[in-house]
Design a protein around this ligand. Structure first.
Ligand code: 4NP
Length: 154
């Protein structure tokens, strides 16, 4: 089987999906799981920018430096290059479905569908809120990361 390749997608790729990518990388490394991870946004406003400083600070609180991450926009080719694409919220899931090419092979799902008891829920957008929102984001993406690693290890 191909090595798992996971893409996490939110709107701007500067708040939620970089934190999801970081949490997953950390959980996979700790578990010795060989997997590829990346993140992207459905929007293009922040392409080329590092994560929001509040997202960087939240990751650093957990010992992870995400300052080198750069935002990019999701592309049709992502549906062929990744085995799994996880939308951080339902709006982005809808937009991803519309973008998926006919020959796309990636399994597309809502991230919190992976977490027992949280199916159907979206990771709230913390961009327009205060710093506390980023701690909530971290908690949710960490739960998802742990669940994904458990699932992928089989
Ligand atoms: P993200 O947050 O989708 O979690 O990266 C946002 C970042 C920027 C904007 C919206 C959400 N924006 O409107 O610029």
């Amino acid at each position: 089987m191909d090595k798992p390749a996971l893409l996490f997608v939110c709107l701007g790729n500067i708040c939620r999906s970089p934190l999801a990518e970081a949490a997953f990388r950390e959980a996979a490394t700790k578990a010795g799981l060989d997997a590829k991870a990346d993140s992207a946004g459905t929007g293009d406003w922040h392409v080329g920018n590092p994560p929001d400083r509040r997202a960087q600070a939240e990751a650093l609180r957990h010992g992870i430096d995400i300052s080198s991450y750069r935002a990019r926009q999701v592309s049709p080719d992502d549906f062929r290059r990744f085995t799994h694409i996880y939308a951080l919220d339902s709006n982005n899931l809808t937009n991803l479905r519309a973008l998926a090419p006919a020959d796309g092979t990636a399994k597309l799902a809502l991230l919190l569908d992976e977490v027992p008891g949280m199916a159907g829920r979206s990771v709230a957008d913390p961009y327009f809120g205060d710093d506390a929102g980023f701690a909530d984001t971290w908690r949710e993406v960490s739960l998802a990361a742990e669940a994904l690693v458990r699932e992928l290890r089989g």
